[in-house]
Ligand binder design. Structure first.
Ligand code: BYC
Length: 318
């Protein structure tokens, strides 16, 4: 293709983005657009799958049948979200095996939040309320993203996340209304999950290398700081209404901006966790790699079955 032809394709592509048209897998797209989508979407898929681990660990210890059923459904939903997202990413020309290889070798990132331990039942409340709450804010914006398969996956995922957030808030609410020990458990979980939840939105805008280009391509519809602010503004009244305290002495309503000012995030901790040195990074990767290795026989059996079916079809066709 000549340079002039590429330029004209690029111009047409930019015009489609400006008109808010969805880009579909078979459409022409700049190589960097394709690569940055593979990066973000595969990391998003990995986050859903690794994100099953902290809660999966509590299914057998849920305090009642009702809690167990809800938690089980939530963790299964997360597995489903990972699968839609892997499928959507595959449309960009990367295989699932390649994505798993990137996750297992540590080349691909996944959300920092899942490298923290879930040590009490109240953490199930905090994860649903705060982590899924943060995820919804991020993902509602992504429903309007420019790449069709990603945007469509987000619509369904957001509906399910909304149930996840409510089940978490309800767990926290019940504990907050319970005995002093239960209320203390809910407060302790909020204390431990608050700051890591704010980190989920990524580095500050002026330290986020991908934001400018991703906003231009409408991959991102809001910046990291805009979404983080939205999360704080939404969550502070929820904590107040159930009598819990956000662990931030600098948190203060700012009348002028009609939003809360909040304290500085520990960015050093954030980068340590992203680089693999969080409290549970090694444990999470070990669990994923061993699930992959132990699942080899299932993949082999599925392949053998598919080959048999194919042979049968070919014989019938003769
Ligand atoms: N953790 O330039 P930036 C869920 C990386 S799971 C780790 O701002 P970008 C759930 C970033 O990747 C939902 N890494 O990047 C499941 C980049 O590195 P690379 C998870 C992070 O992409 C189970 C570098 O830092 N949601 O809901 O423009 C149970 C510079 O950052 C993080 C998603 O995945 C982080 N927190 O913006 C419960 C949403 N933050 O790739 C719940 C989809 C940043 O250049 N992703 N990094 O090597 C996004 O919206 C964007 O990728 C981000 C970051 C806002 C996260």
């Amino acid at each position: 293709m000549s340079e002039a032809q590429i330029k004209s394709l690029e111009e047409e592509f930019e015009a489609r983005i400006a008109r808010d048209e969805k880009i579909e897998p078979k459409d022409w797209m700049p190589e960097k657009y394709r690569k940055t989508h593979i990066r973000q979407m595969s990391q998003h898929a990995h986050s859903e799958i690794v994100g099953m681990l902290p809660e999966g660990n509590w299914i057998t210890r849920a305090p009642s049948l009702r809690r167990k059923v809800a938690l089980l459904a939530k963790v299964q939903d997360e597995g489903g979200h990972g699968l839609y997202l892997y499928s959507a990413t595959e449309t960009l020309g990367i295989t699932r095996d390649e994505m798993f290889e990137q996750l297992h070798s540590g080349k691909a990132k996944y959300s920092s939040i899942f490298n923290y331990p879930a040590i009490t039942w109240a953490d199930m409340g905090a994860i649903g309320w705060l982590v899924d709450g943060a995820a919804i804010i991020n993902q509602v914006a992504l429903c309007g993203t420019s790449f069709g398969p990603y945007a469509r996956a987000m619509v369904r995922i957001c509906k399910e996340e909304s149930f996840h957030q409510r089940q978490g808030y309800e767990i926290t609410l019940k504990l907050a209304q319970g005995t002093p020990e239960q209320k203390a458990m809910a407060q302790d979980a909020l204390d431990r999950w608050w700051w890591p939840s704010l980190m989920m939105f990524g580095p500050k805008d002026d330290e986020s290398p991908n934001t400018v280009q991703s906003m231009k391509w409408k991959l991102k519809r809001k910046t990291n700081d805009e979404l983080r602010q939205q999360f704080v503004d939404q969550t502070v009244p929820q904590a107040e209404s159930i009598g819990l305290t956000i662990p931030d002495p600098d948190l203060k309503w700012n009348e002028e901006k009609q939003g809360y000012d909040f304290g500085e995030i520990d960015w050093d901790e954030f980068w340590q966790v992203v680089k693999g040195h969080g409290p549970c990074n090694k444990e999470r990767m070990k669990a994923r790699v061993s699930a992959w290795e132990n699942g080899q026989w299932v993949r082999d059996a599925a392949m053998a079955y598919a080959e048999k079916q194919q042979l049968r079809k070919e014989k019938q066709a003769v």
